[in-house]
Design a protein around this ligand. Structure first.
Ligand SMILES: Nc1ncnc2c1ncn2[C@@H]1O[C@H](COP(=O)(O)OP(=O)(O)OP(=O)(O)O)[C@@H](O)[C@H]1O
Ligand SMILES: [Mg+2]
Length: 287
């Protein structure tokens, strides 16, 4: 992975002043130092209200920091040319409900001043990619939650961004849509793009993120490569195929020489996601 930095924050702090006469202060983010590299998938985790969305909005220039520094794509967050290279899927999308999928993408594409022929081609490709081809002429008012999420994602990619922020991208998606979203994040990464996402679905984060940060009440608790954070260095896992059950005892004995201890032995289980996808298939889903 390239070491080029696409996001850097120093002591980034956001305090909201709320309530009557703005007397009540909420410290949403407290002295956050974070670096995100080009080409990585970076996950922001934390309980409700821990500052994930606030961090994204600060990086996008949608909120002003109380103090601290932000650099995104080598520029301050209000830099227009940097913004042109950024895509954002917000926690909740607010679209014009009377527009259909094609019209919605055309509308956003025009905001980025994408030439008409490029825009038509890209909109068509994105609609197919997010599985909305059959529903592309239907007004968004009739879309299900998952379908709205999918059009939100297509909108976030309309400008072919280098850096993509996804706030809870899999919320409301069925397991097929969920898998497709993860595949898509990995595809964006293959294309060299940088993805920053937050999610409460830890299994999803584990599947796609290279590095994660965990926030709690606005304070960074942990940051690092997923593998380093999750690997249990003192345990070795052996997966064997076609090992007769009769010989398990011998394997156990061989392991138990010296101080080593067998923690568990048995048949591994597939994930529920694997079973679900095997059962219902992975065809394009529009309904
Ligand atoms: N516009 C705002 N005005 C006042 N307080 C806010 C505002 N936005 C966020 N907060 C507060 O800042 C804190 C962090 O909120 P944030 O939305 O960043 O959390 P989050 O980690 O995204 O949570 P969730 O998992 O629920 O989406 C919360 O205490 C929230 O109430
Ligand atoms: Mg949030």
């Amino acid at each position: 992975m390239s070491e080029k930095l696409v996001v850097k924050t120093e002591k980034l702090t956001k305090v909201f002043e709320v309530g009557l006469l703005r007397r009540h202060r909420v410290r949403a983010l407290d002295k956050l130092d974070i670096e995100i590299h080009q080409g990585e998938v970076f996950g922001l985790l934390g309980p409700n209200g821990s500052g994930k969305s606030t961090t994204m909005k600060l990086l996008l220039g949608l909120l002003f920091p109380t103090s601290g520094k932000i650099e995104v794509l080598g520029a301050p967050p209000d830099d227009v040319s940097a913004k042109m290279q950024i895509g954002f899927l917000p926690e909740e999308s607010y679209f014009y409900k009377f527009l259909n999928a094609e019209e919605t993408l055309r509308f956003y594409g025009k905001l980025f001043e994408i030439p008409a022929d490029t825009l038509e081609k890209r909109a068509g490709e994105l609609i197919k990619m997010v599985g909305l081809h059959e529903a592309r002429k239907r007004p968004l008012r009739g879309y299900s939650k998952g379908m709205s999420r999918r059009i939100g994602l297509a909108q976030a990619l309309i400008n072919d961004p280098k850096l993509i922020f996804l706030d809870e991208p899999t919320s409301g998606l069925d397991p097929i849509g969920n898998r497709e979203m993860k595949d898509l994040v990995l595809r964006l990464k293959d294309e060299g793009k940088t993805v920053v996402l937050c999610s409460h679905l830890l299994a999803d984060v584990q599947d796609v993120c290279d590095r994660i940060a965990i926030l709690d009440r606005g304070v960074l608790q942990v940051v690092g490569p997923m593998k380093d954070l999750l690997t249990q260095q003192d345990t070795v896992q052996i997966l064997a195929r076609k090992l007769p059950e009769g010989s398990w005892g011998q394997v156990k004995e061989a392991i138990q020489q010296g101080d080593a201890e067998v923690v568990s032995m048995g048949h591994p289980t597939a994930s529920l996601e694997d079973l679900f996808l095997k059962t219902v298939g992975r065809k394009e889903k529009d309904a």
